[in-house]
Design a protein around this ligand. Structure first.
Ligand SMILES: C[S@@+](CC[C@H](N)C(=O)[O-])C[C@H]1O[C@@H](n2cnc3c(N)ncnc32)[C@H](O)[C@@H]1O
Length: 251
């Protein structure tokens, strides 16, 4: 992927411009999302059209104009080529997901992590996904493991509605219960003492929900997948910092 973007742009940009291009971009169903540096902003429509011409499955190209931010973890997008429709169908490990790349958080880059967690899950478990988004982790878990039940919690109404839709789309509506609201409140009202496993895929804020995650577990025992961002020079020191910060959050 990294050289692909630069290669296709060589017919329209000179070498110094090509060197300024970011090397990565995301393809989500029919949508391509990329960042374009300020120095190439006036060429964004040409860059978008070139991508459309070279990626058969693409029908819309969006430029990301803000970082992922806010409670809903969304980003601002500007259409630079194709149809202005941020809703698409994305496929992963044989599952299908309706995704709105503007109104909800979604990243195809987490697919390996979703598969890893699904493989760690055992038959018959009750899983609470505290920050479920459009339901990706939960659906991948149900695809690979015969779990008893999954609770999908999310505060973003659009993400919640898509997670309801995606559960039915993948015929998992009997196993997955989707609840819209703040995870703190929903754990107390619906999942307290019920879960064998809790997922906390909100690295920016997971530390504020540790007590709730523990309360969600059966007899306060079970497995919590705690996500956090760490800055480190190497994988080894990332693991050390991560362990230290996790111990600090769990007290
Ligand atoms: C990084 S996204 C994770 C999405 C999903 N797990 C995935 O991988 O596609 C974090 C999600 O947490 C939700 N969220 C943020 N604060 C929340 C809260 N207090 N209670 C419930 N959900 C929350 C956001 O709406 C967002 O969908």
């Amino acid at each position: 992927m990294s050289t692909f973007l630069k290669r296709i742009m060589r017919s329209n940009l000179d070498e110094s411009e090509v060197s300024k291009l970011t090397s990565s971009f995301d393809t989500i169903g029919g949508i391509v999302i990329l960042r374009i540096p300020e120095a190439l902003a006036d060429k964004r429509h040409m860059i978008g059209s070139t991508i459309l011409d070279n990626i058969k499955s693409a029908r819309s190209v969006y430029m990301q104009t803000s970082p992922i931010a806010g409670d809903h973890r969304t980003r601002k997008l500007e259409l630079i080529a194709g149809d202005d429709n941020p809703v698409t169908l994305y496929k992963e490990f044989g599952c299908r997901f309706k995704v709105d790349v503007e109104q909800t958080y979604f990243s195809p880059r987490l697919s390996t992590e979703r598969f890893r967690i699904a493989n760690l899950t055992s038959e018959n478990e009750v899983v609470t996904n505290m920050f479920a988004g459009v339901g990706t982790f939960s659906i991948i878990i149900c695809k690979f493991r015969n779990v008893r039940k999954v609770y999908n919690l999310d505060i973003n109404r659009t993400a919640h509605e898509l997670s309801v839709f995606n559960s039915s789309l993948n015929r998992m509506e009997e196993k997955i219960e989707c609840l819209c609201g703040d995870a703190k409140e929903l754990v107390n009202s619906h999942t307290c003492g019920k879960s064998d496993r809790v997922l906390m895929p909100l690295p920016e804020k997971a530390r504020y929900f540790v007590k709730d995650a523990v309360n969600s577990l059966k007899d306060r025992h079970g497995i919590i997948h705690y996500f956090l961002h760490v800055r480190a020079d190497s994988k080894k020191s990332a693991l050390e910092i991560g362990r230290f910060e996790t111990e600090d959050s769990f007290g």
